[in-house]
Design a protein around this ligand. Structure first.
Ligand code: FEO
Length: 395
């Protein structure tokens, strides 16, 4: 991807990573981007860098606009290596004595990633920096999603460089939301559900703070995916809604199966839920990636998990999913467990234990069937689904 001017003397100099399939446990079938931005003013400013293996492309992009050695200062909004992987190389080229602006936690964290004696310029929340005609303002966004995270706002251009927040794992030559169209919202929701959901209470506080500051925002430039320029308020509002986790009349039935018994139960449970006019998504864990399941869980009113008992425990894919979901801390959902077993049958109890740890409301002790479900078992599973559906409708 070549550099693209996004405003007068402000350039997107980031790169596409078309081939990445898994971003620490999150499926990225469309790849992703590592966005970096160059501002030309009396000072030449680079905001963020890219993953180490894409450093050449970042340098090539910068070189098409200016000599990289003319960069006067670098801003690191976030320490994670997809944005600092090529930082040491950039600093080496431009001169390690050049100022590196970051949050206080950023300075601490970058030191723990690199041994180079960078000229750290830690900034306070709300601190401003004049770079010529423009003034940059830094906003600390701790734990969104690392302790070091911050935003950089360009006052005059009304552009918010938001680091990971409002991102999407979506590679493309289309760099704006309005060019990609409405489908980009699904990618933004997936990103939120899998990276930021556990920080929902902090996001609500941050959004309130941004509102209080009355920042005029014409463009939001995240470090992954497209730039929000058509209606930046729309993604802010979406984050507000997703963070509030208002449950929809929707259930996700997520399961795995050994000899189709748990699958048969899942089918009729889903049917029972659907018959109560509740949207239902049956998701078989060897078809659906855990991160796609979480995208559906994000706005679901109920999460229904099914597992066969294997070696006195959970089926491995179900165990993996529960660990992943627990870490993302979805709240306000009803929960129920089911599964088949041969002789010991611990799976339902183990799933419920995770639900309890997650403080989800378990609406039924759970349903288990030995070996292969017979007609009366499937009738019971259907009723089980109907009960879940009715509870969702009562919410
Ligand atoms: Fe895109 Fe937290 O890194």
């Amino acid at each position: 991807m070549k550099p693209i001017q996004i405003a007068e003397n402000i350039y997107h100099v980031g790169v596409n990573d078309w081939n990445i399939e898994d971003f620490h446990g999150y499926s990225t079938p469309l790849g992703t981007t590592y966005n970096a931005f160059l501002i030309l003013d009396e000072k030449t400013v680079l905001i963020d860098t890219v993953k180490a293996e894409f450093g050449d492309r970042l340098l090539a992009n910068i070189s098409r606009i200016v000599d990289p050695r003319s960069i006067d200062l670098v801003i690191s909004n976030h320490t994670e290596m997809d944005h600092t992987g090529s930082l040491a190389r950039i600093m080496h080229i431009i001169g390690e004595d050049k100022p590196l602006y970051c949050s206080k936690m950023g300075a601490k964290n970058i030191r723990q990633h690199f041994t180079n004696p960078f000229n750290y310029q830690p900034v306070e929340n709300g601190q401003s920096l004049k770079i010529g005609k423009r003034t940059l303002t830094f906003l600390e966004t701790r734990m969104l999603h690392w302790p070091d995270s911050m935003f950089t706002y360009v006052n005059e251009d009304r552009i918010l460089f938001s680091s990971d927040a409002f991102g999407q794992h979506y590679a493309g030559f289309e760099i704006y939301d309005d060019v990609v169209g409405e489908k980009i919202m699904w990618h933004a929701r997936k990103y939120f559900a899998n990276i930021l959901m556990l920080y929902a209470p902090l996001i609500l506080k941050l959004l309130a703070k941004v509102k209080e500051m009355n920042l005029a925002i014409d463009m939001i430039c995240p470090d992954h995916g497209v730039i929000w320029r058509k209606n930046p308020a729309a993604i802010l509002e979406a984050y507000q809604n997703w963070s509030r986790q208002i449950p929809a009349r929707k259930a996700v039935v997520v399961y795995d199966t050994m000899w189709h018994s748990t699958e048969k139960m899942a089918d009729v449970i889903a049917e029972g839920i659907s018959d109560q006019q509740v949207e239902v998504r049956p998701m078989y864990l060897r078809k659906w990636h855990r991160s796609d399941v979480m995208t559906e869980v994000a706005d679901a009113g109920a999460i229904v998990v099914g597992s066969p008992t294997l070696n006195n425990g959970l089926f491995p894919t179900v165990s993996d999913f529960l660990t992943y979901m627990k870490g993302l801390k979805p709240t306000g959902k009803l929960a129920a467990a089911f599964g088949s077993y041969g002789w010991s049958g611990e799976a339902v109890k183990l799933i419920n234990k995770v639900f309890e740890q997650m403080k989800l409301e378990i609406i039924d002790p759970g349903m288990k069937v030995q070996y292969v479900p017979e007609k009366q078992d499937l009738d019971s599973a259907y009723e089980f689904g109907c009960r879940i559906g009715r509870r969702i409708m009562e919410q």
